[in-house]
Ligand binder design. Structure first.
Ligand SMILES: Cc1ncc(COP(=O)(O)O)c(C=O)c1O
Length: 398
């Protein structure tokens, strides 16, 4: 028991000590409290040693109770041995990559990734002697042809941004392991509720928990999950880089994750229904969603994901900015947002967001036209949502 408050101390002293510790037991609260404390006191040096030995809470950057709860949830959800809670999806991605590469190494990466992930390779890692090659991960011949003896990491997304392509994770992980490389998969678009890359052979899974995982568009957070050994390597790097998730965001994401299963299944159902309706629309040039038979990896997606193909889809409209603006303004249930995965449907425009650093030619080379809109489905009533899209298309294009 730590001493502090004493009625003989001055007011300015006791105001620091009064209420410093809880007096009654606080075990087993119905809802998880938020532990904002940056540090936890110890009673003496023996207690300090004990705290180290049991990997208890000392300093927030190393460990925090709310981050610990998030870690437990993510380890379960992604079927791993261990996890880290990170300050954002990018923090998770950069920590996982930096912890597992060194000068002279080569990374083989999917070319249709979230734009800023590509920049981790092209703007940061290349300065430290790590080379990256970007290929189409849905083309196994291309993947094989670009492997090098020093390829230590393969990197992809379960469902790649923004054309909603689906790489064969089992085949890619077999290839990676035959080359003594690891496979890192960003599972942000699907979440562990709909796809578990670790069970298909991935070595590390990274997530932007900012998106579907939290689902309420009110926290920025990320995670890394994998084997105890690889996650320990990432933890060492995280403590040095300071990429840990803060207690409040961890708490918010834990709360969001409680309804993950309900939300993402409904979001996937809405996306599949919307994809069918948009594909029939005379105003839409192309629809990208793995549930569609027209999707090039439809069969693979069925085998890899089962009945739910995720809440993300894209549609290609004619390259006419005025009409696209008209369409956007006519929508009631889907507004532009520089995020995705929330409970409300939202849209984004890759040429002016995730892929804005590319020239039009570079974008066209990977199939991103100036008419591409990416849609993240929410949990609205399916009919309301579909009808709203159809009426807005009528307003803009008829
Ligand atoms: C697939 C994917 N991965 C990672 C990120 C980065 O996540 P955050 O914004 O939490 O850093 C995003 C952001 O949109 C994303 O879409």
């Amino acid at each position: 028991m730590l001493n502090g408050f004493n009625k003989d101390f001055a007011f300015e002293t006791n105001i620091l000590e009064a209420g410093a510790y809880f007096n009654a037991p606080t075990t087993n609260p119905e809802a998880l409290p938020i532990h904002m404390s940056t540090a936890h006191n110890v009673e003496d040096l023996d207690d300090l040693q004990k705290r180290y030995d049991e990997k208890g809470f000392c300093y927030n950057r190393n460990r925090n109770p709310n981050r610990g709860a998030l870690i437990d949830m993510m380890t379960y959800i992604e079927a791993g041995e261990a996890s880290l809670g990170c300050s954002s999806g990018m923090a998770a991605i950069s920590t996982a990559i930096i912890a597992n590469t060194k000068a002279g190494d080569h990374v083989l990466s999917d070319k249709t990734l979230y734009g800023e992930t590509i920049e981790i390779f092209t703007k940061i890692l290349n300065r430290y002697g790590v080379e990256a090659t970007f290929v189409d991960f849905t083309n196994m011949d291309e993947v094989k042809a670009n492997m090098k003896p020093n390829t230590v990491m393969f990197y992809t997304e379960t469902v790649a941004n923004p054309l909603i392509t689906v790489p064969d994770l089992k085949a890619i992980s077999d290839l990676a392991h035959a080359n003594n490389a690891i496979l890192v998969v960003d599972n942000t678009f699907m979440t562990g509720a709909l796809a578990k890359p670790l069970t298909l052979g991935a070595d590390l899974v990274v997530n932007s928990l900012t998106k579907f995982a939290n689902g309420h568009s009110d926290a920025v957070c990320g995670s890394i999950t994998g084997s105890a050994e690889l996650v320990a390597k990432c933890h060492e790097m995280q403590v040095l880089l300071g990429t840990q998730a803060d207690p409040f965001s961890s708490w918010l994401v834990c709360r969001g994750l409680r309804t993950l299963d309900l939300r993402v299944k409904k979001q996937a159902e809405n996306a599949a229904a919307l994809a069918v309706a948009l594909e029939k629309s005379p105003y839409v040039l192309k629809v990208y969603h793995p549930s569609l038979e027209s999707h090039p990896q439809h069969e693979l997606a069925k085998a890899q994901f089962g009945n739910y193909f995720g809440g993300m889809l894209s549609m290609e409209l004619p390259e006419d900015r005025e009409k696209m603006n008209k369409f956007m303004r006519a929508m009631h249930l889907c507004h532009y947002a520089m995020t995705l995965g929330g409970y409300r449907t939202s849209m984004a425009y890759p040429p002016m967001s995730s892929h804005s650093d590319m020239t039009k030619e570079e974008r066209m080379a990977i199939g991103i036209s100036d008419g591409l809109l990416r849609i993240s489905c929410g949990i609205e009533n399916t009919e309301d949502l579909v009808n709203d899209f159809l009426q807005a298309l009528e307003v803009a294009y008829k």
